[in-house]
Write a protein that binds this ligand. Sequence first.
Ligand SMILES: C[S@@+](CC[C@H](N)C(=O)[O-])C[C@H]1O[C@@H](n2cnc3c(N)ncnc32)[C@H](O)[C@@H]1O
Length: 427
Amino acid sequence: MSGVRIPTRPTGSGPGEGGAGVLRCRHFDAGECRSCTLIEIPHLEQLAAKEARCRELLPAVPETAWAPAFGGADRGFRNRVKLVVGGSAGRVTLGILGPDRRGVDLRDCRIQAPGIAAVLPAVSRFLDRTGLAPYDVPARRGELKFVHLTMAPEDRGAGGDASGGELMLRFVVRSEAALRALRSRTGELRREFPRAAVISVNLLPEHKAVLEGEREEVLHGETLPMRLGPVTLHLRPRSFFQTNTEAARELYAQVSAWAVEGAPDSVWDLYCGVGGFALHVAHALREAGGQRRARGFRAGPGAPKPTVLGVELGEAAVDSARRSAREAGLDARFTAADATDFALASASRDAPGLLIVNPPRRGIGPVLADWIEGSGVPQLVYSSCNPESLARDLAAMPAYRVREARVFDMFPHTSHLEVAVRLERSA
Ligand SMILES: C[S@@+](CC[C@H](N)C(=O)[O-])C[C@H]1O[C@@H](n2cnc3c(N)ncnc32)[C@H](O)[C@@H]1O
């Protein structure tokens, strides 16, 4: 393993810890929750195993290209939880359903941000007061299905942690009647949760194994501002966001540093979500340009500023990205489209100097990989949450050589990870 950046907080040092960097969890020990499948392994060993797995799965990455993995904190790192409402009317639990389909309360789960743990008792008291019944899965009766809670980092600048920031509170319910019942309590919700930037209700009438439905009614607010150092990203109820704020910040900083090094004239960020890569890169390129000018390197007359364009399927996420760009005064544009269709419809002269892709688990797929292979794009950054699909996509683009790669432990205690690679065109 190459060097591992030490987690920001020492692991295994608190009272009641398992020693040797193991985070103890009473729910895991009692066999109630097995979500953190690797929790009995010290965090640094988990990280080493993730790096080793990436090396094995990604033979296209030369040994020397691996930068030290980013570990981060082993607890309190999750900025978002999606909790099953269990128990009974007036005595709800918030957590998961056990094997007997009864609710297991995970309000004290140690991987969630401290600010989330702090607010959950008030959430369950509120649900108790409504008198609404939790959804009973075997009987297909009841109303309350899930609570989704996202916590923004506290506004302490780049070093801020995830305790006590603003939040987005969403209730997923079965019926219109439950939606109306919660809507009628909007005032109470706002008084009870003064830090809620967004409160909404999602309707999921179907009996199926998904965490939310298509219809969302916003009771209060519009977006949750996630302040990540130089850029504020705006989340709406159904937008994707990386679940580990600290690791996301590091990932965006890493890709921005790669972009500055490559000094591209134009950038595309495909699968841009609410604009995390595009906006951080636009900011970094602007700063780098300013510093070059301050050092006396005069840009030639009419020297073009790098253009940055993000492409994302979700219209709401695109609106959020545009808002963030406006607020930060950044010259980045966003468009709602399928990433592959967008690339295929572009003239070859419009292909960017740097292409960033961050697709869902399935990867970019053969059609987009084929387009990139024939595109002439000189620099490529691929950030992936699935090394298997990344390996497949890289194999379909032999014109590119991996120059740098780095693992980010976005999901400690599970086998999931994020890996980012920087490639250059060699042919
Ligand atoms: C892994 S997330 C990455 C989001 C963003 N890069 C970030 O850092 O938050 C993948 C994103 O791709 C979007 N997406 C899924 N399929 C897509 C497609 N065919 N074309 C464009 N975007 C798509 C999803 O809505 C989601 O926002």
